[in-house]
Design a protein around this ligand. Structure first.
Ligand code: CDP
Length: 210
């Protein structure tokens, strides 16, 4: 099974690079952040507080999640757009700190890789925890200003300062949590995507593949 793990903070370029790399390699692509966002959406939808750990962990097991390049469906509801909205974005790092949720997402991610025969998988703990055996582990980063600008372009109804503050808060929570925190795995190659084109970065990664 050939897994390429791409981790890093918000706005580092993971999704863009992972999709482009998967297309070049003709491998499938999995956005694990979308899975955590989908569980968060399900909790909000059912009126469950994100910090109700036991209830949310049970929900993570029961909920029907369909995350693919076609979109994100939660119990059959199309949540593709809403999982990127401010309400989910605000609550997702609380849901992702829940060890019960993480165990279930890990199980689903390994199952996905088994069914798909590997793939390009992006998230926060993919190389460090979920697929330590990945053939290539990358840690993408970019300057805080670049990351905030990229997100600001995507959600233009918020002020730049608001976007920058929200990203900083979410990164701090992802890095500071007890279970599978965001960190640079020792075996991961760090790529700074600030001021670099997608093609250039994908070329570099292609040259690293064993
Ligand atoms: O798109 P962006 O990088 O802003 O975030 P995302 O990849 O959609 O992930 C949303 C949130 O899910 C992150 O802030 C983490 O709290 C959580 N997450 C995680 O804990 N582990 C993963 N493997 C992927 C995402």
């Amino acid at each position: 099974m050939r897994v390429i793990a791409i981790d890093g903070p918000a706005g580092a370029g993971k999704s863009t690079i992972a999709k482009a790399l998967a297309a070049r390699l003709e491998l499938d692509y999995l956005d694990t952040g979308a899975q955590y966002r989908a569980v968060t959406f399900a909790a909000i939808h059912r009126g469950i507080e994100p910090d109700e750990d036991e209830v949310v962990a049970r929900l993570a097991k029961d909920v029907d999640l369909d995350v693919s390049e076609r979109g994100v469906f939660v119990d059959g509801i199309d949540a593709t757009l809403e999982i990127r909205g401010p309400e989910v974005t605000r609550a997702v790092s609380v849901v992702a700190a829940n060890p019960g949720v993480r165990a279930e997402m890990r199980r689903r991610q390994r199952e996905w890789a088994g069914v798909h025969g590997g793939g390009v998988i992006e998230g926060r703990d993919i190389g460090s925890v979920v697929f330590p055996e990945a053939v290539l582990k990358l840690y993408l980063t970019a300057s805080p200003e670049t990351r905030a600008q990229r997100r600001h372009k995507e959600v233009s109804d918020l002020k730049y300062e608001e976007v920058a503050a929200a990203i900083a808060e979410r990164d701090a929570r992802d890095q500071g949590r007890e279970h599978a925190p965001l960190r640079q795995d020792d075996g991961a190659t760090v790529i700074d995507t600030t001021d670099r084109s997608v093609d250039d970065i994908v070329d570099e990664i292609m040259g690293m593949l064993p």
